[in-house]
Design a protein around this ligand. Structure first.
Ligand code: IPM
Ligand code: MN
Length: 358
């Protein structure tokens, strides 16, 4: 297969982890006889510095015609001034919107080898395997917002807005995924307070009853979900929720396996290329030190192969290689209880070696 893959390294540890993702994809190309062409483009803070915008048009254009996009991370203290004209995060939000990437898949699995790295007790966390569907192009992130002067000084607001159509399409994707898993969907909302959640809940009811009678579903309020995620994480299979709730819950969920550095995500639209990224941020505190965990990005590359290139065998090969490296006891510094941590590149090399040996 020939594929053009756009790399968006971004800021902080982004370039370091993307280098390992690329290395892994190159190893896959070599082993399975594919031709992957890579192109790097700026996004986030580095793009602000160079072009005055977090999302240059040339980056969007390159992404539109790519078969898959692998992104590192954006942001950092250098660009954190609240009065700045633009922020690195605008690049990420902009590319999601420009490509219509409404579905953000965030798998959270606690691998048996890593149960000890979890801050939770093994008997609670063992066997956790949740697939989050976070709606990604609506809600508070993209609703009407403003800052205005009033008699007291200033007011600011953001509005949470969802249309029936936006809820339907994400719920359908979640329910379809549940069919290939344990056939259970948990929809998270705040219907006891928010009108937008009451619409969300009604749409979920209708879609599930009419189109997915074979899939069980439940509604859980977001505050309760925050609690259940750490008290009974194994009770969940597919979870679907709106943008901001999904942002917060998946960061919480990312602690179940012990580190943000392990979790990949896929942002999918229809049609068009998917965008794949680790769910961790740019980690400015450790940028440039060569100690970031590249596994989330490497697993994001596996998701790219699976969802955008339809290369299931290749995706599974990466996942098996990551499993092997962890089973062999190799750890980066972010994983609790690590005594002799591997560097970012060493970890990438170990994955590539495991791929070659398999
Ligand atoms: C994420 C990030 C982004 C988000 C930020 C960087 C804009 O936290 O992908 O979860 O809030 O969506
Ligand atoms: Mn987030």
């Amino acid at each position: 297969m020939d594929a053009r893959i756009v790399l968006l390294p971004g800021d902080g540890i982004g370039p370091e982890v993307i280098a390992e993702g690329r290395k892994t994809l190159e190893a896959i190309a070599g082993r399975f006889g594919h031709q992957f062409v890579f192109e790097s483009h700026p996004i986030g803070g580095c793009a602000i510095d160079e072009f005055g915008t977090a999302l240059p048009n040339s980056t969007v254009a390159a992404c539109r015609t790519a078969q898959g996009i692998l992104l590192g991370a954006v942001g950092g203290p250098k660009w954190d001034d609240p009065t700045a004209k633009t922020r690195p995060e605008a690049g990420l939000l902009g590319i999601r919107k420009a490509l219509g990437l409404f579905a953000n898949l965030r798998p959270i699995q606690v691998l048996p080898q890593l149960v000890a790295a979890s801050p939770l007790k093994a008997e609670i966390v063992s066997g956790t395997d949740i697939l989050f569907f976070r709606e990604l192009t609506g809600g508070l992130y993209f609703g009407k917002s403003a800052r205005e002067k009033d008699a007291s000084g200033e007011v600011a607001y953001n509005t949470m807005i969802y249309s029936t159509h936006e809820v339907e399409r994400i719920v359908r994707l979640a329910a379809q995924a549940a069919r290939g898993r344990k056939k259970k969907v948990t929809s998270v909302d705040k219907a006891n307070v928010l009108e937008v959640s009451r619409l969300w809940r009604q749409v979920v009811e209708r879609v599930m009853k009419e189109e997915f009678p074979d899939v069980a579903y439940e509604h859980v309020l977001v505050d309760a979900m925050a609690m259940y995620l750490i008290s009974k994480p194994t009770k969940f299979d597919v979870v679907v929720t709106e943008n901001m709730f999904g942002d917060i819950l998946t960061d919480e969920g990312s602690m179940l396996p012990g580190s943000l550095g392990l979790l990949p995500s896929a942002s999918l639209g229809d049609p068009g290329p998917g965008l794949y990224e680790p769910i961790h941020g740019s980690a400015p505190d450790i940028a440039g030190k060569g100690i970031a965990n590249p596994l989330a990005t490497i697993l994001a590359a596996a998701m790219l192969l699976r969802h955008s290139l339809n290369l299931e065998t290749e995706a599974a090969a990466i996942e098996a290689a990551v499993n092997k490296v962890l089973s062999d006891g190799h750890r980066t510094a972010d994983l609790m209880g690590t005594s002799a941590p591997k560097s970012t590149t060493e970890m990438g090399d170990l994955v590539v070696a495991a791929l070659r040996a398999a």
